[in-house]
Ligand binder design. Sequence first.
Ligand code: NI
Length: 164
Amino acid sequence: MILEIVQYPDARLATPCEPVADVAAVVGLISEMFETMYAAPGRGLAAPQVGVLARVFVMDAGWKSGTKTPRVCINPEIVTVSKETVTGPEGCLSAPGIEVQLTRPARITLDYTDQMGVRQREDLTGFDAICAQHELDHLDGTMHFDRLDAQTRAGLIQDYEATL
Ligand code: NI
């Protein structure tokens, strides 16, 4: 089932999410999140974006360029980040039409529990790293534009609200 995607400025997008205690309880949600993400179409989707305040996101940074790499990240934690950064455009399914130029660490080491309940540790680079950081931000109630300076952020939000 395709779920409705919560749109900014919904308060659920500004609320830190609770850890997932029982992986089995979110298996159905995960499958609907993938369906919703691919249909949107998007490359990442976090649970609060479908109204569930739980620490889980799905991502597939490569599918639009022909390489499917679906990942389920439950209770994710960034363990290390590189000093090297990259700057690039980010969009968000919860704020259509806004593109934000953000600078983030180029590489991260991410710990997470997968859909089988197994704890994983993975080094992510390229768009995988950026996508995971963007989605993890959602679990902390942070939108991409929250990482901008106040003036740039206000300008973007003003433009966005004019389209609502
Ligand atoms: Ni987003």
